[in-house]
Design a protein around this ligand. Structure first.
Ligand code: GLY
Length: 345
């Protein structure tokens, strides 16, 4: 469903807004609005978030990325809402191919529920404009310093590497070539997929961690904030890939991660969206957020969000499938709250 018609504008107009002469958005709500407006200005139709239970798609447990509602559009089975679209999509990654459940609470950046900001081209623009739009949003609208950014491309994607050089001015040291699944994105075992280019933010040398592709890439220092997927193939159940009817673009930027960057922290759990929930958990349990209890409060806050949005989208706790995942999420949050001292139901 479309919630806003794209305003007249051009890619170039949006891309030329490369000077921070405006108030820079920092709160999550402001960032979501700024993202959607930026892409509306570049002729994208703004779509509202689809439900967390994918429509007519038994291959997928939950909507796990912004492109999920457009899966059949990429494969040519459905007509696109427009040639370009943008959304802020509710996502759950707690089952199936993309599953972050066990990381939650123990890293600064994983969630079972999060929002994915995305822009999509359905056979319209491809690599160059996708990179240009992303670069301009980050360094223009968000006024991020290029020094704090670095990018990856799929190992043999010379075209993307050359485009990054041209658009960002980066040298080879800031355009890292990565082989394997980190730079080849797919939604699940079947469906649209393609090589990708990820944009990383460097939170600074005071944090442990190395650049993507290095042995300590999972540290907190370098965090992937935006993934640009160059959708080219449709993966078949037998593992073969056929060309999509039109090369397309699918991007995904975690709202919570970019909010952390804009709020001056590397820790998603310190952003505005989590502060009130964690404060409520502290209030109800009487336990502080430091030391051994830190992870528990984070897990409770994360799982409350996931449970609330799943139930709102029609999932109920049960013994199987989606309902069982919800039940596990609720049970873990309740058990941790109980252990922190919240004994009442
Ligand atoms: N579909 C892009 C992503 O999830 O990163």
């Amino acid at each position: 469903m479309s919630v806003g018609k794209a305003k007249k504008g051009t890619l170039e107009k949006a891309a030329s807004r490369n000077a921070p002469v405006h108030d820079v958005p920092a709160r999550a709500n402001e960032l979501r609005t700024a993202f959607l407006q930026y892409f509306a200005d570049a002729d994208h139709v703004v779509e509202s978030s689809a439900p967390l239970v994918p429509r007519h798609d038994p291959t997928l447990m939950f909507t796990n990325a912004g492109m999920v509602p457009f899966k059949n559009v990429f494969t040519g089975q459905e007509k696109p809402p427009a040639l370009r679209a943008a959304s802020s999509q509710k996502c759950v990654r707690a089952g199936g191919k993309h599953n972050d459940l066990d990381n939650v609470g123990f890293t600064a950046r994983h969630h079972t529920f999060f929002e994915m900001l995305g822009n999509f081209s359905f056979g319209d623009y491809f690599k160059e404009q996708a990179i240009l739009l992303a670069w301009s949003f980050l360094t223009g609208t968000l006024a991020l310093h290029p020094e704090k950014l670095l990018v990856t491309v799929y190992v043999d994607d010379d075209e993307a590497a050359d485009l990054w050089k041209k658009i960002s001015g980066f040298g080879d040291d800031k355009i890292l070539r990565i082989a394997g699944s980190d730079n080849f994105w797919s939604m699940g075992d079947t469906g649209p997929c393609g090589p990708s280019s990820e944009i990383f933010y460097d939170h600074g040398s005071h944090l442990p961690g190395g650049p993507p592709g290095s042995p300590d890439e999972n540290g907190d220092r370098f965090v992937e904030i935006w993934n640009l997927v160059f959708m080219q193939y449709d993966q078949q159940p037998d593992g073969t890939r056929v060309d999509l009817p039109h090369p397309s673009i699918d991007t995904g930027m975690g709202l919570e991660r970019v909010a952390a960057v804009m709020q001056g922290t590397h820790d998603n759990y310190e952003i505005d969206l989590f502060k009130t929930l964690i404060a409520a958990s502290v209030d109800l349990t009487g336990m502080p957020t430091d030391g051994a209890e830190a992870a528990s409060h984070r897990i409770i806050a994360d799982h409350l969000r996931a449970s609330s949005f799943l139930i709102a989208d029609g999932v109920l706790p049960s013994n199987e499938g989606r309902g069982y995942v919800l039940r596990r999420i609720m049970r873990r949050a309740m058990r941790l709250a109980h252990m922190l001292g919240a004994k009442d139901p």
